[in-house]
Design a binder for this molecule. Structure first.
Ligand SMILES: [Zn+2]
Ligand SMILES: [Zn+2]
Length: 294
């Protein structure tokens, strides 16, 4: 498997001179499967650039699977600007969590109603199928996929993708279930010492993964005023990844108010913490163009 980041920003695109290093586009990761299939993880504004690259490539017609974690703007706004959807010879399967009231297809159609966008979903020329997912195990493009609910204000799924003994988790967006992660008095470093069953389940989900891509929008100092907005701190993510024996951790969904210097500093702090908690965990803050080979 090979992954490439096309959008690393959370909430809203943040272009400008302060974000040229880590990027201003919202969530989108391209995954190339061992058989050469293309999986698009989230369709934030970064998907526009990926779509253009796919159209310029040699593989015609374009065929891909779009796997959405949820339908907040920063994960779907690139969908109507994903140019391969406008060509009749191309084929797509779109997967995402079933909503509480509307199907995945209807939610995507909603952002393309004429009040918001000039082309409606039904006018997209490509052959597109939609499938609502819930927690469970699936086979998608030859990959084993385990979907698990994230702790987020909208129905949201994380994905653990497995192929030939390699594993990549894509966990975006997610908030700690409980702020005090460790049971009082218990030494951190054991699954049993995680206080909340939800956080324990989250850690177990990424157990032993080769690569985890996890949102880490806030610093611990920012978090108290953003509680219940559905996002993590880098401290929480690094602590759980270290405990779960993750090898490589990519922090993403950077806050739009964090410029490159701030994110570079956050990366240093996350690495210092990782070094204290684990001898093997490597940590990066993801940037547009960042590539991962498994
Ligand atoms: Zn988001
Ligand atoms: Zn969200």
């Amino acid at each position: 498997m090979r992954a490439r980041f096309w959008g690393t920003r959370g909430s809203i695109a943040a272009p400008g001179p302060g974000t040229t290093r880590f990027g201003g586009n919202t969530s989108c990761v391209e995954l190339t499967t061992p058989s050469g299939g293309i999986l698009v993880l989230d369709c934030g504004t970064g998907a526009r650039l990926l779509g253009n690259r796919l159209l310029a490539g040699a593989a015609k017609p374009v065929s891909a699977t779009i796997l959405l974690t949820h339908t907040h703007w920063d994960h779907i706004q690139g969908f109507p600007f994903f140019a391969p959807l406008f060509q009749p010879e191309n084929r797509f399967q779109v997967y995402g969590p079933e909503g509480a009231h509307l199907s995945l297809r209807d939610v995507l159609a909603g952002q393309m109603e004429h009040h918001y966008f000039p082309v409606e979903l039904d006018q997209l020329a490509a052959r597109i199928s939609y499938r609502d997912l819930c927690e469970g195990t699936y086979e998608i493009d030859g990959l084993g996929v385990r979907a698990q609910r994230m702790n987020h204000p909208s129905p949201t799924l994380g994905y653990r993708l497995e192929s030939a003994g390699r594993s990549l988790c894509y966990l975006c967006d997610h908030e700690p279930f409980f702020e005090g992660l460790w049971r009082e008095g218990a030494p951190p470093g054991y699954m049993e010492s995680i206080l909340d069953a939800g956080d324990r389940r989250h850690a177990e989900y990424m157990q032993g993964a080769d690569v985890v891509i996890h949102e880490a929008q806030y610093t611990p100092e920012e978090y108290p005023s953003k509680r219940h907005w559905g996002h993590s701190t880098y401290e929480y993510v690094v602590a759980l990844a270290a405990l779960a024996g993750v090898r490589r951790l990519y922090l993403t969904h950077h806050d739009p108010s964090h410029d490159d210097d701030f994110i570079a500093q956050l990366e240093r702090k996350a690495r210092d913490l990782a070094a204290r908690l684990s001898s093997t965990l490597e940590v990066w803050c993801a940037y547009e163009g960042c590539e991962i080979t498994l």
